[in-house]
Design a protein around this ligand. Structure first.
Ligand SMILES: *Cc1c(COP(=O)(O)O)cnc(C)c1O
Length: 397
């Protein structure tokens, strides 16, 4: 029998990174602001901004730090209420708390996207910003979200941690709102272990974010942007020191050229597996909204007509066949199930999101997988559904 593919390892880091790291280790020049020459971090920012078609970029310690800094740089007042989807990673509501704001959770539908009726209803309340988490790379209706947020006069922050390379109506995800945030954590399309970056076209926002990220004294002069904007904020902002190291930048930079291939391979792999899963009467991969061109490195699908016990049996059957699935709402202490975010204090009731989390399955699909490995994964999942539900069908229950 074929062995289950390893879905946890990332791709190897390109050889060019090793040469640059060797050079940095030799000189000890690991801090972005030491050298008078443009540092690897500064070069990464310039290259990333150019790749995304954004005016400015700031590399930081994580996507969560980028989200936190975005809210601080937008000058949201203490206690500002920020709309976020009820389906996201616990670090996202945490970043809102970290920025002294209050997350307000919006319902998410069976297709993993923001429920627009609930969004509209909650936006009508006392809301000062919108933070859209494109969770697992699924894009909500950004046309409607941008339109409604603009009408209300509140900024939109995009958590595009897992959406690098995704397009919406041909526009790059992360450039639609006032600011877009990305992650370089190992499970994302660009991998430096840890790291993040924010992009924006807003000169005031980037100047404030640069200073608060830790460009103390006159280190902002080493950012090749907007020197006039910094003087205004000199000594007026706290320094949160959440910078990126030159080593991380050296690991990311040679991967930028790999992005188009990784996006294309990820989409091909996802769509191939989705097509097989959709043939099962018990499984459904919800379609993307028409304007979305995706860049997935994992797959989510719903079980149809399975009770929670049957769903647990299905997960166990898939594991026995070598494929690990998680059902967000069924695995204990899952960081993507909103009822586990007890640090929020009061946890709102989101019946629609809860129902989705109880049937939404998730498995990794790294872009490096080959067809035989995808076949193994897809057929193990469909066979596991058959293991659990097929007997029932035979007996007509
Ligand atoms: C990974 C991820 C984050 C957190 O990114 P870090 O760089 O680990 O802080 C936030 N949001 C989404 C949607 C993610 O996938």
């Amino acid at each position: 029998m074929a062995l289950a593919p390893n879905v946890y390892d990332a791709e190897p880091i390109p050889e060019a990174a090793r040469i640059e790291i060797e050079r940095l280790l030799g000189s000890g020049d690991l801090f972005r602001y030491t050298s008078d020459e443009p540092s690897p971090v500064a070069l990464l920012e310039a290259e990333f901004a150019a790749m995304m078609g954004a005016k400015y970029a700031l590399a930081v310690a994580s996507c969560s730090a980028a989200l936190f800094l975005s809210m601080k740089a937008l000058n949201l007042p203490r206690g500002a209420r920020v709309l976020i989807p009820g389906f996201t990673f616990a670090a996202v509501p945490s970043s809102v708390l970290h920025a002294d704001c209050v997350p307000v959770l919006v319902e998410v539908g069976d297709n993993y996207r923001v429920d627009m009726a609930d969004f509209e209803r909650k936006l009508a309340g006392d809301i000062q910003a919108v933070l859209i988490s494109h969770m697992r790379g699924h894009t909500s209706d950004m046309d409607a979200i941008l339109h409604l947020a603009k009408a209300k006069g509140v900024p939109v922050i995009e958590d595009a941690a897992h959406s690098l390379g995704t397009k919406w109506n041909g526009r790059t995800i992360g450039t639609l709102g006032q600011v877009g945030c990305f992650s370089f954590q190992s499970y994302k399309l660009l991998n430096s272990g840890e790291g993040g970056i924010l992009i924006t076209d807003d000169p005031e926002l980037i100047a404030r974010a640069i200073i608060m990220s830790g460009a103390y004294e006159h280190n902002w002069k080493k950012h090749p942007v907007l020197q006039d904007y910094f003087a205004r904020w000199q000594n007026k902002l706290p320094l949160y020191n959440t910078r990126l190291s030159n080593l991380s930048a050296a690991i990311i930079r040679p991967q930028l050229a790999e992005v188009p291939r990784r996006v294309a391979d990820g989409r091909r792999n996802h769509d191939y597996v989705a097509e097989i899963l959709n043939r099962s009467p018990w499984l459904e991969v919800p379609p993307a909204l028409p304007p979305e061109d995706r860049a997935p490195d994992s797959i989510q699908f719903n079980v149809i007509g399975l009770s929670p016990d049957e769903t647990r049996a299905f997960v166990a059957a898939a594991e026995a066949r070598g494929v690990k699935l998680q059902v967000f709402g069924l695995s204990r202490d899952n960081a993507r199930a909103f009822w586990n975010w007890q640090f929020l204090g009061e946890i709102p009731d989101l019946p629609q999101t809860r129902a989705m989390l109880m049937k939404a399955c998730d498995t990794r699909l790294p872009v490096r997988l080959r067809k035989a490995e995808l076949d193994f994964i897809a057929s193990s999942i469909t066979a596991a559904a058959e293991d659990v539900m097929g007997a029932q069908r035979a007996f007509g229950t």
